[in-house]
Each structure stands twice: as structure tokens, then as C-alpha cells.
Write a protein that binds this ligand. Structure first.
Ligand code: ASP
Length: 304
């Protein structure tokens, strides 16, 4: 049982709560909200490397006036001195910490923390399971671009199986009424991903002519042992490049959760394509995380 309001995956939020977070994100972008987390003590507990997510959470916390402590595995007794995660979080709660932002390679680790921590837990990515704030910023970026997501066709291309971003974003897009088309080879995209609102395609060229947005994914080589095909084969079939960009409709946008690997899932022409929205996603990420932290700690505020 979770003790307080946490965000482990998108299904922790109702449709109204999603709308509230997106509204607050929009407001926070236009004017600084002031110290909504004044005096709130937050620990960022990152057991895996992170550039974007870590920096973005830090900035969001500082902009809301929180007191922030950053811990990595080297700082933690549970990694080196045999302390259990349960005992670590009891220790942190006793110091008055009320928010833990947790990234961990093990799926389910942040949920486990949430069952024994008397505070709020935000999942900043757990193994291949979920990455809810990335999904929120992706969906926010699509809403800013198109207004309504209902009925849009969004292709997610690449290593779906090992991507926590894909898992959270697919669920979020489906709940918003998008047509989700997953594209990749069998090893990265088993047939059982097909479900209501989600189709599977193996041929990227066929898909590109009918998409509103393309979400490219990095191959998550750290999560499997052997690449099932050569890089050259993957590039030939699934890389988005200048030639393939000519196939997309005019208003199509291209997104990527980062980090992107030039020469693999994309080539340099994508980075200068008019519809490339990577920097916009990163920009939105700070405001989304401000809105999430404010929502979890303060609940729904009538004054925006
Ligand atoms: N930054 C994302 C994540 O943490 C995507 C990636 O690493 O490729 O899952």
C-alpha cells in the first residue's frame, strides 16, 4: 500500500489530473510561480546515469524553492554497507524529507520505495518499465503542437521492448485517443504489443506517409546482450534520414526522448528538419516536472 500521493506511472493520474498538470505547466512557462515548495525537502536518488532527467528535476525543484539533496549510489549505505532500501527511506523520512525522486535499473523499485516512505515518490525511470514524466512532457509537446491528440497518428520507432519511455508514452497516447503505430523489428517489437489503439508495422517507409508525429527511440544496448541484426541492417530499415523525411506529410513533427545516437536511429538531416522538436521536449520537461511536484505536494490549487 502506498502511503502518500506518488507518481509511479501515468495510470496514477486521472484524466482530470492530467489536464490540471498540463494547465499548470502552461502557466508555469509564462510566469514564475514563486516558492510553491518553500521549505520542502527533496532527495534525488539516482542509481542510473542521467543528464536530462536529473538536471530537469533539479531545476524544477529549485525554481519552486525546495531544499534539494542529490544522492547517487556511491553516497548510499544501501549500495555498499548492506542497508535495505526500506531502512534507507525510513532514515530519509526521519530527516524530514518529503519527496523522493527515484531512478533505478530495477523495474518496480520506485513502487517498492513508495510502500515504505512516508512522503511522495516520483519515478524518474525504472528499468524498462516506466518513465512517467518523460511521457507527460512528450504528450504536452504534442498538445502544444496540435491542440488535440485525439485521432492523431503517432509512430514510435525502434527499440520499443527495452524502452520505459515507450511503455509510458504508449499508455498515455492511447488514453488521449491517438492512433499509435509501433515500428521495429521483431526482437525490439514482439507481436503481443498489438492491442486496441496500437498497431504494429515492420516497414517504416510505408508508415511515414501517414504520420502526424514520429517518436524515435535509442537502441537500449545496456538492456540486452547481443544486437539481433547488424547496425547496417538496422540503419537501412529503420533510420530516419533525409531521404525518408521527404515521405512525411508537411506538418509532421519528429521527437526523441534523448540521448539520440547520430548515425543510428537518425542522421544529421533530422537535426535540422523544421519539425524536429527535441529541444522543445527538453524545455517542456522542466515545467512538467514543476507541475508534477507541485501537484503531488500541494494538491489541486484553485489559483493558477
Ligand atoms: N532518457 C530516456 C530514459 O531514461 C531514454 C533513453 O535513455 O534512451 O529512458
Amino acid at each position: 500500500m502506498r502511503l502518500r500521493r506518488s507518481l509511479i506511472d501515468l495510470n496514477d493520474l486521472s484524466g482530470d489530473e492530467l489536464d490540471y498538470i498540463f494547465d499548470r505547466t502552461r502557466v508555469f512557462q509564462t510566469r514564475a510561480p514563486g516558492p510553491l515548495l518553500d521549505g520542502t525537502a527533496v532527495v534525488n536518488l539516482f542509481f542510473e546515469q542521467s543528464t536530462r532527467t536529473f538536471t530537469s528535476f533539479n531545476l524544477a525543484q529549485m525554481r519552486l524553492g525546495a531544499h534539494v539533496v542529490n544522492l547517487s549510489p556511491n553516497d548510499l549505505s544501501l549500495a555498499t554497507k548492506g542497508e535495505t532500501v526500506e531502512d534507507t527511506v525510513v532514515t530519509l523520512a526521519a530527516m524530514g524529507i518529503s519527496v523522493l525522486v527515484v531512478r533505478h535499473p530495477e523495474p518496480g523499485f520506485p513502487a517498492r520505495v513508495a510502500t515504505c516512505f512516508d512522503g511522495h515518490v516520483v519515478n524518474a525511470g525504472d528499468g524498462a518499465h516506466a518513465h512517467p514524466t518523460q511521457a507527460l512532457l512528450d504528450i504536452f509537446t504534442l498538445r502544444e503542437e496540435f491542440g488535440d491528440i485525439d485521432g492523431l497518428t503517432i509512430a514510435i520507432v525502434g527499440d520499443i521492448l527495452h524502452s520505459r519511455v515507450a511503455h509510458s508514452t504508449i499508455a498515455g497516447l492511447r488514453s488521449c485517443g491517438a492512433n499509435v503505430v509501433l515500428v521495429g523489428p521483431e526482437f525490439f517489437l514482439p507481436g503481443n504489443y498489438a492491442q486496441h489503439g496500437v498497431t504494429i508495422e515492420r516497414n517504416l517507409d510505408d508508415v511515414l506517409t501517414k504520420v502526424d508525429a514520429v517518436v524515435l527511440l535509442r537502441i537500449q544496448r545496456e538492456r540486452f546482450i547481443a544486437m539481433p541484426m547488424s547496425d547496417e541492417e538496422y540503419i537501412a530499415q529503420y533510420q530516419l534520414n533525409g531521404k525518408r523525411l521527404k515521405r512525411v506529410p508537411e506538418r509532421t513533427i519528429v521527437m526523441h526522448p534523448g540521448p539520440y545516437n547520430r548515425g543510428m536511429e537518425l542522421d544529421d538531416s533530422v537535426l535540422t528538419f523544421a519539425g524536429w522538436r527535441y529541444a522543445m521536449q527538453v524545455h517542456h520537461g522542466v515545467y512538467i516536472r514543476m507541475a508534477v511536484l507541485d501537484f503531488l505536494v500541494n494538491g489541486v490549487s484553485v489559483v493558477c
